[in-house]
Structure formats: C-alpha cells, structure tokens
Design a protein around this ligand. Structure first.
Ligand SMILES: [Zn+2]
Length: 265
C-alpha cells in the first residue's frame, strides 16, 4: 500500500466528486491519507472528511498564509481538538517568506503556538517552509532545547542545510510531485542525503500534480508517480519504496492505525 501524507480534500475542488476521487486512490492502492487543516475555522469540515472515510486522518492547525486570521492563537486552541481519534498531527504551520500573506511576527507567534501544542501532545508538527530555511532551522533548534517534539517538513523545497539540521533533530521530510518536475534537479540531488527511514511522500492535492499529470487537478492516486520517482533515485524497488515510506509514516504519526491487510472500501 501507499500513503498520501498530505491531502486537502475538504475544499470546493473535490466538492463534486470526493467519493470517486477516494475510490480511484484505493484502486491505486493508496490507502491511508492525511487531510490537512489550514484554517482553524475550517477544522469541522476537515474533521468531517476524516470521520466519514476509513483510513483518512486529519490535522488541526493554521497555515502561515492564514496566520493573520488567528493572530492570538494559543496552543490550547489546538489541543482542544486532539481528543478526536482522527486528529493525528498539528499543522499545517510554519513560515512562508515568499508570499508573506501574513506579517513575519504574526507567523512566528503562530508557529510557536503550534510547536507548544506539538511538544505537549507529542503529535507531529506538519511544517510548511518557504524562503525561510535559516529562520526555520534556527527556530526548530531553539524550540527543541525547551523540549523535544516530532516534526515533518512537508512538500520539501528547501536546501541541504535545513534538511540536515532538521534531520539532526529527528525530523522527517515529505516529498511531493515536485520531485517529478524537470526543473526540480536541486530537490532530486538532496534525496540521496536524506535519512532513508524518514522519507514520506505526498500529493498536496489538489495542487502540484506530478508528471505526467502536470497542469491537471492533483488527486491522491497520483502519489504513486512520486513514489516511482523516489524509487528511481534511490535504486529501490517499488515494493521497497512502498514499505519504507509507509513505515516512515506510521512511525512518525504513531496515533494512526495501519489499515487491515487487503481490505478495500
Ligand atoms: Zn504547505
């Protein structure tokens, strides 16, 4: 089986045909998915997707783009939702100094609240980092000194230095369809240096469809293309790639249950 470690299924892009999209994923052996909360105000919708589908989990958090909407967010606002068995991670959170949709100080405060929630719950922090490598590495190290927390750098597009400093803290990295893009030589060049048991794959659907689907709406079944590219770079068989990325997911997101073997929805 494959795992899609980062999907956005609750929005309008899938409003018309979500059951078909999920069926297509199952057909491609994409079993477990983690659907992401990017706005606290949408948490109920995100949770509802997870609650109504087997093997779909969710997170609770506010994306750095949306940090401006919850400028005073506290760890407690996030922790209030983790009693649901479907909630297995804190985020999506982080720093985005490319778009800067929220002010830097608001992004930092928001990110630190998420870190506190992760440290207290030990649920993994799902991190978005764009144009913020040095600041991200520094804040992760600083906050680790106050107490450890598990973390994942999702849809990784940063440099080797952040990858190395994150890995030194026990961090995991998730690779998206970008891995298959012709232009993504830098990301492919990083892969051999990543800890082999801490690599996850994701679609980040409906965004970033991998080759050969580029330009179309991205769907979870397409995570297989990223898996194939990872297999090619690492010299792993597809079965080994499935096993390694799936094991990594369940090791990190230890609150999630592995699906029973060979049962299809
Ligand atoms: Zn992101």
């Amino acid at each position: 089986m494959w795992v899609d470690s980062h999907v956005n299924l609750h929005g309008e892009k899938f409003a018309e045909d979500l059951p078909e999209v999920i069926a297509k994923a199952r057909h491609a052996d994409v079993r477990t998915m983690l659907t992401i909360c990017c706005k606290l105000s949408e948490f109920d919708q995100v949770l509802a997707v997870a609650q109504s589908h087997k093997d779909i989990y969710c997170s609770v958090g506010t994306h750095p783009h949306e940090a401006k909407d919850n400028p005073d967010i506290m760890a407690a606002d996030l922790l209030a939702h983790i009693h649901h068995p479907e909630v297995i991670g804190i985020g999506e959170t982080g720093l985005d100094f490319h778009y800067n949709y929220s002010d830097e100080d608001v992004q930092y405060a928001n990110f630190r609240a998420h870190i506190s929630a992760s440290r207290e719950s030990q649920l993994p922090l799902i991190i978005h980092s764009r144009n913020a490598d040095a600041q991200m590495a520094q804040i992760l190290e600083e906050e680790h000194d106050k107490g450890v927390f598990p973390h994942l750098l999702h849809c990784y597009t940063g440099g080797a230095e952040l990858a190395r400093r994150s890995a030194a803290l026990g961090g995991y990295i998730s690779l998206s369809g970008i891995l298959t893009f012709n232009s993504a030589k830098d990301i492919r060049a990083l892969v051999p240096g990543l800890p082999e048991d801490r690599i996850l794959i994701e679609t980040d659907c409906p965004y970033l469809a991998p080759m050969p689907y580029r330009g179309r709406r991205c769907e979870p079944h397409m995570v297989v293309e990223t898996g194939k590219k990872l297999a090619e770079i690492k010299g792993w068989s597809l079965a080994e790639t499935q096993a390694r990325t799936t094991d990594a997911f369940f090791r990190l997101f230890s609150k999630a249950q592995r699906p029973a073997k060979a049962s299809h929805e």
